[in-house]
Design a protein around this ligand. Structure first.
Ligand code: XMP
Length: 305
């Protein structure tokens, strides 16, 4: 706690110094990292902070409404950019390319909004493992490696750049953010797009969104895993009613981890896995099969792309 308090003072000072007298635009996703950033920056800058939530169309069920409720008091701007993202993702199959396309859209939208708001700098909730994995070429985090070089901001301010996730959660506690934010599961910047193998379409996102909601409903409260979600793998055969169908195969994943760099599968009781499979295949007509992923990281990653 002492460490968190001194970190808070130091981060506020740093944000003030880096911003000078300018306005700062920030990407608020509602995860613990960006929420902590917003709370720090709001204390540092007051109404010179311009927090923007981009609804990419790739968010979880109910997420945009939740963000409005939680952060409406910070003069939050909500940008409805779903169509723009889906258009940019059309025909994109390669996972790295997907991340690049999404990262670029994010930045372009921020540049656009920052210009409108007269903001000179970009504030981001990048944490230490994001930087390490991007430097190591493991993947491009949308908020690091996916950033185009022609960026127009004078500065990119990253107050959490040296923290691990559990340290960020401690800071959230010290800032008295709601427990819901403090304990929130990580959600990747590229959103549900990295939970759909291959091309991203609005139809596939709707299916994976419904499956994610079921997995969270069954597991978050009960098991408190580091992360749990569903991903859309591809099409396979199934039988629904009297018909043999071509339906989606959904992977269900729940892992425990300290920092996201390694992870172990949560060994769920068969009964729980069975109920999840039954709900996903009965509540989502397009899904024919659900499988549970028991691969640790490494060799698998947590997300599917
Ligand atoms: P992987 O899939 O590489 O993910 O094992 C490790 C952790 O990072 C999250 N993740 C991301 N977070 N931007 C983020 O802010 C991203 O582009 C991104 N990709 C993965 C993932 O959900 C897991 O917690």
């Amino acid at each position: 706690m002492v460490m968190a308090l001194s970190f808070i003072e130091q981060a506020i000072r740093e944000i003030q110094e880096e911003a000078g007298g300018d306005r700062v635009v920030m990407a608020l996703s509602g995860g613990v990292d960006s929420s902590v950033c917003a709370a720090l920056a709001s204390r540092a800058l007051g109404d010179r902070l311009v927090p923007i939530y981009i609804d990419t169309g790739l968010m979880r069920k109910g997420e945009t409404d939740r963000i409005r409720q939680l952060f409406g008091h910070l003069n939050l701007q909500v940008i409805d950019a779903g169509e723009e993202f889906f258009r940019a993702l059309r025909g994109v199959i390669d996972p790295e390319q997907k991340r690049k396309v999404i990262g670029e859209r994010f930045i372009r939208i921020f540049e656009r909004e920052a210009r409108k708001a007269g903001a000179k700098h970009l504030l981001q909730g990048t944490i230490y493992p994001d930087r390490i994995e991007s430097q190591g070429g493991i993947k491009s985090h949308h908020n690091v490696g996916g950033m185009p070089l022609s960026i127009e901001f004078k500065r990119v301010i990253e107050p959490l750049r040296d923290l691990y996730k559990d340290e960020v959660r401690n800071v959230a506690g010290a800032l008295a953010l709601p427990p819901e934010i403090q304990h929130r599961m990580p959600f990747p910047g590229p959103g549900l797009a990295v939970r759909v193998l291959g091309e991203v379409t609005p139809e596939k996102i709707a299916i994976v969104r419904a499956a994610n909601a079921i997995v969270e409903d069954e597991l978050v409260e009960q098991y408190r895993p580091w992360q749990c979600f569903a991903a859309l793998l591809g099409l396979g055969t199934g039988v629904k009613g009297d018909n043999r169908i071509h339906g989606w195969i959904v992977a269900v994943r729940a892992v425990d981890s300290r920092d996201g760099m390694t992870a172990d599968p949560v060994l769920l009781p068969h009964q729980v896995m069975g109920r999840i499979a039954s709900r996903i295949t009965s509540e989502i007509p397009e899904v024919a099969r659900a499988v549970y992923d028991i691969t640790p990281k490494p060799p698998a990653t947590i997300e599917y792309e």
